[in-house]
Design a protein around this ligand. Structure first.
Ligand code: GYE
Length: 330
């Protein structure tokens, strides 16, 4: 693992954090004739409610900042993202931003961008590369912390989570996309938080690819193969919502017969939490657009930016979800 060192910073105090600056390779005078910036943005796909909110945030913020945005949807395929990045290089955009679908396999295309002197910003997901000069900064959540928060809450609420009261909490895990930073890191954080707890065990774990349908299918399999499931830990709300469908179809009551913990806190997830079908949600903030445009402007202007910008997030219980649901924007 050669990820850049994690430096904690709140979303709001971004500009105060210019510790480990790395300057841009681009001309400070770059931009369109009218001085505006062209950004090529290679999105992962449209796999989840989180992603939809993220895309909207990026598009709206680009417009507000007066950027010209070239946007592509890779349908969760790395090869499509690589193609999109190559086309942005050909089109000589001022800055490339992308959310890498998986962590590995980016060095070649990022070297091409570097040779073309086009700065790259990682947004939402990290890459696992030895060469950290291949990108200017990484803006996104601390996914290990998110997994830890989920595991810690489970341990703190062990009594309630032991649905069959047999003293053993059997957890099934719905993983995100195989090889994606949030899937790897949430699993790692969760595992470390429950490690010391002998009574809690992950008895089965499989990818549902961050989609509702994927979560439903994997949960159907688990319901057939596993005995005495107490808890589902889903790496995102959508897979948790898919699991709810599978649990109900099996004649069981989600939130009562099987407890569910998820990550994201998008509106549909929060509604299921307020309704009692989900027990706890760790927030992952998709509204990265404003910070991304701010970082892109700085990078294109040749200003220093921090090498890591971590978004600020919280967690929600059922009561807290009920309080904020009406005002939830996404
Ligand atoms: O949690 C999930 C989405 O990369 C943080 O991707 C993002 C994750 C998010 O599909 O819902």
């Amino acid at each position: 693992m050669a990820k850049k060192t994690l430096v904690a910073a709140s979303a709001i105090t971004l500009s105060a954090m210019v510790l480990t600056a790395c300057g841009s390779d681009s001309d400070s005078a770059s931009g369109n004739d009218d001085g505006s910036i062209t950004m090529g943005f290679a999105q992962v796909g449209a796999e989840s409610g989180w992603r939809t909110a993220n895309t909207k945030s990026v598009q709206e913020s680009a417009e507000e900042a007066g950027f010209e945005l070239k946007f592509s949807d890779a349908q969760q395929k790395q090869e499509n993202q690589i193609k999109a990045i190559r086309s942005y290089i050909q089109q000589k955009v001022d800055v490339i931003a992308f959310s890498p679908v998986v962590e590995t396999g980016w060095d070649a295309v990022l070297q091409e961008a570097k040779r073309a002197k086009i700065p790259v910003i990682l947004t939402d997901r990290a890459v696992d590369s030895e060469d950290t000069s291949l990108y200017e900064t990484f803006l996104g959540s601390d996914f290990i912390l998110e997994g830890e928060k989920a595991g810690e809450w489970l341990v703190e609420n062990a009594g309630e989570m032991d649905v069959d009261g047999n003293g053993a909490i059997n957890v099934v895990q719905l993983e995100g996309t195989t090889g994606a930073a949030p899937a790897l890191d949430r699993a790692e954080g969760f595992a470390s938080a429950i490690e010391a707890e002998d009574t809690v065990e992950v008895v089965a774990s499989q990818t549902g690819d961050f989609t509702r349908d994927g979560g439903k299918k994997v949960m159907e399999t688990f319901l057939g193969s596993e005995k005495g499931i107490d808890v589902v830990f889903a790496h995102n709300d959508d897979m948790g919502l898919g699991a709810i469908e599978a649990i109900e179809a099996a004649g069981l009551e989600p939130g009562k017969d099987i407890k569910i913990i998820t990550v994201d806190a998008v509106k549909d997830g929060m509604a299921a939490l307020a309704e009692g079908k989900i027990s706890f949600i760790v927030e992952c903030n998709p509204l990265l657009g404003p910070q991304l445009m701010d970082l892109a402007q700085k990078v294109v202007d040749g200003e220093d930016v921090p090498e890591r910008v971590v978004t600020e997030e919280t967690t929600f219980t059922q009561e807290q979800a009920a309080e904020v649901l009406a005002d939830r924007q996404y």
